[in-house]
Design a protein around this ligand. Structure first.
Ligand SMILES: [Zn+2]
Length: 129
């Protein structure tokens, strides 16, 4: 069974185009200065709608991590066990990804890597950075 592939919408299309070019794009609010991810039409902090895109250097530290022993569906059955981490990126936003290349724990430095799945390019993280 094939794994599901993210489908871009109006808010996320710029992000997914960035992934295809191996650029991790996130939004920053021009009103309050906060970085945010995932992409939205308005700022989650101040509700302003003056948002710009920036490119992350792709490095961060693990905020929290868990091990998935059994995949969420048949498509992921062969993958387990694997780690999923919440990562605090150096620019000040947080995102969730699978961990590659070793075991992560809280505070582990990671960097973004890109994996092809179908016609989409998906950001994950690997140890290091
Ligand atoms: Zn704001």
């Amino acid at each position: 069974m094939e794994k599901p592939v993210p489908r871009p919408n109006a808010d996320s299309a710029t992000f997914w185009e960035g992934c295809a070019a191996h650029e991790f794009r996130f939004q920053r609010c021009n009103s309050c200065g906060k970085a945010q991810f995932y992409p939205r039409a308005i700022c989650a902090n101040c509700r302003g709608d003056d948002l710009d895109w920036e490119v992350s250097v792709g490095k961060g530290a693990v905020h929290s991590v868990t091990t998935v022993s059994r995949g969420p569906s048949v498509a992921f059955k062969e993958d387990g066990p694997y780690q999923v981490a919440l990562v605090d990126m150096d620019e000040g936003f947080r995102f969730m990804a699978n961990v590659r290349g070793g075991e992560a724990e809280i505070g582990t430095r990671v960097r973004v890597i890109y994996e092809k799945r179908g016609d989409q390019t998906i950001p994950q993280v690997e140890i290091g950075g």
